[in-house]
Write a protein that binds this ligand. Structure first.
Ligand SMILES: Cc1cc2nc3c(=O)[nH]c(=O)nc-3n(C[C@H](O)[C@H](O)[C@H](O)COP(=O)(O)O)c2cc1C
Length: 186
């Protein structure tokens, strides 16, 4: 079973990445084949909004989006992880979401049967960010709400998430719950 985490924080040693690593470590212990894709490490442009997107065999933009979307489509479980930036997802995560429009216009849906959301915020903005991600998941994945798991909480400066033990535990539990859910359905 393949579990892919898509990470919207550009801070490789930041809070979101740390929590994702915790979740993936737990999932791996339970036998999942895990991978992490940090969006800032790829060339991923914003969507250019071509009206005739659906008529192109390939997106006209020459970047890593097609490769990233293929990885998304083949995963059994997905974790979407982002820090809150101005009360919503980071720019990297928003670009990723928007580039999913290519799948939408080509009637392709990601096959994931369980999805995790990991959010980190310093002070405020969890609700709107969660709302955005849940709407995206509803649009892009054919899964029920009870197969969406969340871990969200507070951390600000680099490395702070390590000290938020309840958040760390939540992230680890999220990793386990995704694997258990995938096993139940197999
Ligand atoms: C551009 C930018 C915008 C931010 N906007 C918010 C915000 O709206 N609300 C908030 O509570 N924290 C905000 N933060 C703080 C981050 O959410 C916080 O530092 C988080 O821990 C970063 O996660 P990371 O270490 O995974 O990158 C912002 C930080 C940056 C750099």
């Amino acid at each position: 079973m393949k579990l892919l985490a898509i990470v919207g924080s550009p801070r490789l040693k930041g809070n979101t990445n740390y929590l994702v690593d915790q979740a993936l470590e737990e999932a791996s212990k339970l036998g999942a084949e895990v991978a992490k894709l940090v969006l800032s490490q790829y060339k991923l442009n914003p969507c250019l909004g071509h009206d005739d997107c659906g008529s192109f065999d390939l997106c006209l933009q020459k970047d890593d989006a097609a490769w990233i979307l293929d990885r998304l489509c083949e995963a059994d479980g997905i974790i979407l992880a982002t820090p809150v930036y101005y009360y919503n997802v980071s720019a990297q995560m928003k670009a990723f979401i928007d580039r999913n429009y290519f799948l939408y216009t080509h009637d392709r849906k990601a096959k994931a049967r369980a999805v995790g959301i990991i959010l980190v915020v310093e002070v405020e903005g969890i609700e709107d960010t969660m709302h955005t991600l849940k709407l995206f998941i509803g649009e892009s994945f054919a899964i029920d709400g009870d197969k969406i798991f969340t871990a969200c909480g507070f951390a600000g400066r680099l490395g702070e998430a390590k000290n938020n033990m309840s958040l760390v535990q939540e992230a680890r539990k999220l990793g386990r719950r995704i694997v258990e859910t995938l096993e139940e359905g197999s």
